[in-house]
Design a protein around this ligand. Sequence first.
Ligand SMILES: C[S@@+](CC[C@H](N)C(=O)[O-])C[C@H]1O[C@@H](n2cnc3c(N)ncnc32)[C@H](O)[C@@H]1O
Length: 384
Amino acid sequence: MSESSGASGGLRVAEIQGRGRAMVASQPIKPGQIILQESPILLYPNAVSRVSGSLTFCSHCFRRIDPPHAETPRCPSCSHHALFCSLACRTAALCSSHSSWVCETLTRLRSSPPPNQDLQTQANFLIAAFNLSVVSPSDFQKLLSLQGEASPNAEAATLHSLLSAISPNFASLSPELTAGLLAKDKQNAFGLMEPAGDGDRSVRAYGIYPTASFFNHDCLPNACRFDYVDGSGTRNTDIIVRAIHDIAEGREACLSYFPVNWSYKDRQKRLMEDYGFECGCDRCRVESHWKDEEEGEDAGMEEDVDEEMEESEGEEDVGQDDTDFPHAYFFVRYLCDKEGCGGTLAPLPPSQGTASNVMECNVCGQLRRDMDAHDGEEEEMSVC
Ligand SMILES: C[S@@+](CC[C@H](N)C(=O)[O-])C[C@H]1O[C@@H](n2cnc3c(N)ncnc32)[C@H](O)[C@@H]1O
C-alpha cells in the first residue's frame, strides 16, 4: 500500500494493489462518525426521474420548488425551463451551471432530443462536463483524473455527433474524450435520491464528488453515504459519508455501490459490467459457494438472518463454514427493515465522543434505536 494526497475526517488516500486508490482510516473511527462531507464539482438532472415530470426542482441546487409561482426566480432567456429556488442560486447558476452556453445548448437539444431518456441523461452530463471545462478548468482536471477509461463506442458516438451538431464548441471534444468522460461518469457519479415519502426509490440528479470517488466497494460496507437534497442551507447537495461501525486505524473504509441486499449474481454482474472488476470480498467468497437455488432476489437474507444471528457473536467472530451465512449479523443490525427500502443504517454522528444509539436509514430516512445498544428493545422514532 502506498500513500498519496490526504483526505478528511480521519481518512487518507492510499494506493492498494489490485484496488487502485482507496480511503484508509488514519486513526480509529467511531460508529456514526462523519468521515467525509463534500460538495459536488458538477451536478446534472436525471432525465429518467420518476417524479421530475410532476415536480419542479431548482436548476442549480436541485432543491424542490413547491410550487413555482410568478415570483419564482427564472433564467432570463429560457424562463419556462430553468427555475431557481432563490435569487442566490440564480446568480450563481448564470455564471456556472446555467451559463449562456448551457442555456443555448439545452434549448437546441429540446428541438433535437436524443432518442431515449438514458441518452438524454448522458447528454445532460456531457453538457455539464463541457461547461465545467470552461467555467472551472481545475475542477475539469479533477474529473479527468477519476477512474474510468473507455474506447469509442456507439452511444458515445451518437452523443458526440448530436451535441457537435447543435454546438460547434462541443466539437472541440474528440469522440475519444467524450467516451472517456462518459466512462468516468458511469464509475463515479453519485445519485441524489428523492427524499423519503415520494414512493419508489428514484434518482433526482447526479453529482461528481472527486474525493468520495476514492471509496472502493465492499458488499459488506463499513461506511455509507447520506444526502439531504431538500434540506435547508446552502450545502444541500453535499454528500455525507458516515461510519457504520468502528473502523480500526489502517483499515480501508468502503461503501457499497448499490443496495446491500442484492444477490451475489446481481452484485457480480453490476460490478463487472459497470466497474470492470470481480469482487473478492469476504461476503462474495462465502456466497460464491452457495448453490444456485440458494440465490435469489435479496439472497434469502431477510428470512434466514434471525436464525443465523443466534449463532453469530459479532462480525469479527462469525463462523467460517462456507455453507452458512456468517454475515447475518450485518443484515440484522444494519439493513433497514422497512419493506422494499433496502437502505443501510448508520448511527447518527457521535456527540462529545460518545457514539449515538440512534440509527438512520440512508434511503428512507427512518430513525430507530439501535437494538444492540438497548438490550433488544427496538423503538421507531419520528424522522427529523
Ligand atoms: C469509484 S472508483 C474507486 C476509486 C478507485 N480505486 C480509484 O483508484 O480511483 C471505482 C473503481 O475502483 C476499483 N474498485 C472499487 N472497488 C473495488 C474492489 N472491491 N476490488 C477491486 N477494485 C475495486 C474498480 O476499478 C472500480 O471501477
